[in-house]
Design a protein around this ligand. Structure first.
Ligand SMILES: NC(=O)c1ccc[n+]([C@@H]2O[C@H](COP(=O)([O-])OP(=O)(O)OC[C@H]3O[C@@H](n4cnc5c(N)ncnc54)[C@H](O)[C@@H]3O)[C@@H](O)[C@H]2O)c1
Length: 309
């Protein structure tokens, strides 16, 4: 059997595909045989303005290379229109790459409501609108792949990016939940936290590093996550500069107190180092696993013990 990852019968939407990472994703999907909806509003990194030429240029390049693509100039905040365009043109949608994004960096005490709202609208509301509109079609055809674009700024926090970090880690919560809801319908949902030399990161790193962080080094992971071959769901991958890794939650084993007796503030203070001791850390993969130590603690004290801890 061939190892080739192909998309001849698949329709892929890539948002924010007029430049940067999205452009590289769209080009690679097309090279692997997908029919691609190249969506881009064509505004500034700040989220101002609009320009149809961004998406048009990428479509032209895909066609020059012999691929199939159409341009969409809608904002992702009108995501249902983008999905409808895919359905009207190609009759289906199979893969959705939620990539469009803007920045409104400001330290929290200077953050204005408009900075908070605008970043939320594009990253969260936009990804929701597209995914929600595509979801019934993915369910019906019993196939779907959805990729959300998170960020290390959300995973680890980043000075001056409270709005962006909130949105980006929120998308991972959405990823985890849609992975659960989609599994039965062969809809697999994953998230990436990319690093790439784009207009978004220009000036933030030395030019020689920027040059090496080519957007093309992120796209192979995205195309693989969009494929039939990839059977993983709910994953979060950091990717960039030719390197790919997977992220998971880690939690300390924790400290159990007698729930019948309760615990004092002083008990918490006394056990503080043990509460944060990661020597025997666990890696819960879902809510059930996350609750295991808590349930074990209830079981340990189930007979109403009043013994000292
Ligand atoms: N470059 C990085 O290192 C990095 C790191 C972490 C996360 N990301 C994320 O990766 C994604 C791509 O970013 P990039 O670095 O390629 O930046 P970019 O600015 O080059 O690309 C973002 C694209 O999204 C488009 N866009 C913005 N608002 C839109 C809207 N409302 N509707 C449709 N299109 C819209 C822009 O026109 C632009 O072409 C973003 O979600 C970004 O937050 C990038």
């Amino acid at each position: 059997m061939s190892d080739a990852v192909r998309f001849e019968d698949k329709v892929v939407i890539v948002t924010g595909a007029g430049g940067g990472l999205g452009r590289a994703h769209a080009l690679l999907f097309a090279r692997h045989g997908a029919r691609v909806i190249v969506n881009d509003l064509g505004g500034s990194t700040h989220g101002d303005g609009a320009n149809a030429s961004a998406a048009d240029r990428v479509v032209a390049q895909i066609r020059e290379e012999g691929g199939t693509a159409i341009a969409s100039h809608e904002s992702v905040t009108e995501g249902e229109k983008i999905v409808q365009q895919a359905l009207d043109t190609f009759g289906r949608v199979d893969v959705l790459v939620n990539n469009a994004g803007i920045l409104r960096d400001k330290s929290f005490h200077k953050m204005e409501d408009s900075d908070w709202q605008q970043v939320y609208q594009v990253h969260v509301e936009g990804a929701y609108k597209l995914t929600h509109a595509a979801w019934p079609h993915l369910r019906e055809q019993n196939f779907g792949r959805v990729i959300f674009t998170s960020s290390t700024s959300g995973i680890y926090g980043n000075f001056g990016q409270s709005n962006y970090a909130m949105a980006k880690l929120g998308l991972y919560g959405l990823t985890r939940t849609l992975a659960l809801e989609g599994r039965r319908h062969n809809i697999l949902v994953n998230a990436i936290a990319p690093t790439g030399g784009t207009r978004m990161t220009e000036g933030l790193m030395p030019p020689e590093v920027f040059g090496l962080l080519k957007p093309e080094l992120v796209s192979p992971l995205v195309v693989y996550l969009g494929s039939e071959q990839c059977l993983d769901s709910g994953g979060l991958y950091e990717v960039g500069g030719g390197w790919v890794g997977k992220v998971r939650w880690e939690r300390s084993l924790g400290v159990g107190f007698d729930p019948h007796r309760g615990m004092s503030v002083e008990d918490i203070a006394k056990e503080w180092a043990n509460i944060g001791n990661f020597e025997q850390a666990v890696h819960p993969a879902d809510n059930i696993e996350a609750l295991r130590e808590m349930m074990n603690n209830l079981q340990k004290y189930q007979h109403g013990s009043t013994s000292n801890l």
